[in-house]
Design a protein around this ligand. Structure first.
Ligand code: AMP
Ligand code: MG
Length: 514
């Protein structure tokens, strides 16, 4: 901006804050673990980084200066072209079962952990660059990420966070100015991912597969200190730790199910120890309700279909328990006693999952008290929805209005091929609601906090990606992001973002896009 010499300085001149240097105040507890836990390696320089977005709210939570992050120096750091003060970049070692097949060494093949920051909430967070170039774990991969999957992860992880689901988050995204070679040449991008940690079930498997019991022990101690501090006080810390992971994952998968979310690649390397959703590859929110729905193009067998998710998670947790067996044997006196104990702990997964799911459906249906028929009421609705492939998100949101105004029933019924199927269910639901002394408006208000209006529908994410990739137009990205970050707020002007895909817009499969 230039002023004529005679003009007075504009009073708005100082509105653009001058960015100071980027200060992360990194800590590096993971880098203090033995060298066999990771490979020290730095991101690879890219041609011409450009900022897509800095997540200002998350920056604030982490005590970071959003303007500094978006400055020329910040962008260089986010792209991996410049090393941040205090960072000790490394690629973490891990193994994993991928679609049931064990791979003894995976590791960060395209990511660098920069270090940890302590948020204003006092919690410790990993900062990781994803798509930042090859590492010793890259195998035949190029270490890069394409723009499309980076935008998908940004939007979906931020939506999950706004929906109250534990998840890794997106602090920033930049383009690299370089092409990445997939089926076609795609623009390259780097995501700065924030996680409670990047410890996975696969991290434990990496050491267990090498019979490195000391490695498993150190990792367990580290995970307890970082995520399950109460377990350190328990008489059997490893047992308490395993129970803690099982409990968090049972709740997490229930939350996914209550939102119609399909993770898509629930491999053990994508199952976090902290209990966060991690790795948004071929994930999607279901539209027409179908318990057998699969999105991932690589999931031919339906291993990670919507309704299989609790079973897949229990399977993954069983792999974690196996890794911990030597430590559990020390705590329980023998291998046999440890095995029996672990089987008991794992069998608690399904009841915990079911309880969380039942409780969630009570909230979704506006039931304040607990009655024996509640689960059957929810299942009956789901059965009717499945018959007509009724849009999961839209139907539950319409129920909020119907709870306070029976005239709104017609909108809900209209989603069913046979509206009388809804009407028959709604009669039983109304009868159940009438047994509670709750004001209809209060009920509707509480239901609106359990039933989102805006989710990142697959076709909308696809449109965002196409606009960015084909036209360098990020306006659709900004618009969808803003909506899904306020998922429970009605917004009449944006109603078209709350409706299911038209047949011609439907996306049937999402690709890992790695
Ligand atoms: P994901 O499918 O993202 O969970 O990745 C599974 C494994 O493949 C991890 O070890 C990744 O680091 C690795 N990987 C995925 N994409 C790439 C890539 N483009 N270059 C190198 N490694 C990759
Ligand atoms: Mg992964």
């Amino acid at each position: 901006m230039s002023f004529r010499e005679t003009s007075a300085p504009s009073s708005t001149e100082n509105l653009h804050p001058v960015a100071g240097p980027v200060r992360f105040h990194f800590q590096n507890t993971y880098a203090r673990l033995p060298e066999r836990f990771y490979a020290r390696c730095t991101p690879t320089v890219v041609a011409s980084p450009a900022l897509i977005k800095v997540n200002s709210g998350l920056a604030l939570r982490l005590g970071l200066d959003q303007h500094a992050l978006g400055s020329a120096e910040g962008i260089e750091i986010l792209a991996g072209n410049r090393q941040a003060e205090g960072a000790e970049p490394l690629a973490q070692a891990y193994a994993g079962h991928q679609f049931g097949y064990f791979v003894p060494q995976l590791g960060d093949g395209r990511a660098n952990l920069l270090g940890e920051v302590i948020g204003t909430d006092g919690a410790r967070y990993d900062l990781q660059l994803k798509g930042s170039g090859p590492t010793p774990f890259s195998r035949r991969g190029d270490g890069r990420a394409a723009l499309g999957p980076v935008l998908r992860e940004y939007i979906v992880s931020e939506a999950m966070s706004a929906l109250g689901v534990p998840t890794t988050r997106a602090l920033a995204a930049v383009t690299t100015g370089q092409g990445v070679y997939r089926e076609t040449v795609q623009p390259g991008a780097v995501l700065c991912r924030v996680a409670a940690s990047h410890l996975r079930v696969g991290t434990f498997q990496y050491f267990a597969a090498q019979d490195d019991v000391e490695g498993v022990r150190l990792l367990t101690q580290y995970a307890i200190a970082r995520h399950y501090p109460d377990a350190a006080q328990a008489s059997r810390p490893t047992s308490a730790f395993l129970k803690g992971v099982i409990a968090r994952q049972a709740k997490l998968v229930a939350q996914w199910m209550l939102l119609g979310f399909i993770h898509g690649v629930m491999n053990t390397d994508n199952t976090s120890i902290s209990g966060e959703t991690i790795d948004y590859g071929p994930c999607a929110f279901m539209e027409g309700y179908d318990p057998a729905q699969v999105f991932s193009s690589i999931d031919q067998q339906g291993r990670y279909a919507y309704s299989n998710q609790p079973f897949a998670m229990q399977w993954n947790l069983t792999r974690l328990a196996e890794c911990l067996l030597p430590l559990l044997a020390e705590e329980h006196g023998s291998q046999d006693a440890a095995l029996a104990w672990a089987q008991g702990a794992l069998s608690a997964f399904m009841p915990q999952f079911e309880a969380a799911r039942r409780e969630g459906f009570r909230r979704k249906l506006g039931l304040f008290s607990e009655q024996p028929g509640d689960a059957a009421l929810a299942e009956d609705l789901l059965t009717r929805m499945a018959e007509a492939r009724v849009d999961f998100t839209a139907l539950f949101r319409l129920l909020c209005a119907a709870a306070s105004d029976p005239y709104a029933d017609s909108s809900a019924a209209a989603l069913f091929a046979d509206p009388s199927s809804y009407d028959a269910w709604a009669a039983v639901w109304r009868h159940r609601l009438a047994q509670e002394d709750v004001q209809p408006e209060a009920r509707a208000a509480s239901m609106r906090l359990a039933n989102p209006v805006f989710i990142p529908r697959n076709h909308l994410v696809q449109e965002v990606i196409e606009a960015a990739v084909d036209k360098e137009d990020y306006q659709p990205f900004e618009q969808l992001l803003a909506l899904v970050c306020c998922p429970y707020e009605d917004n009449e002007a944006m109603a078209k973002f709350a409706t299911p895909a038209l047949p011609e817009q439907r996306v049937h499969a999402t690709f890992c896009g790695t």
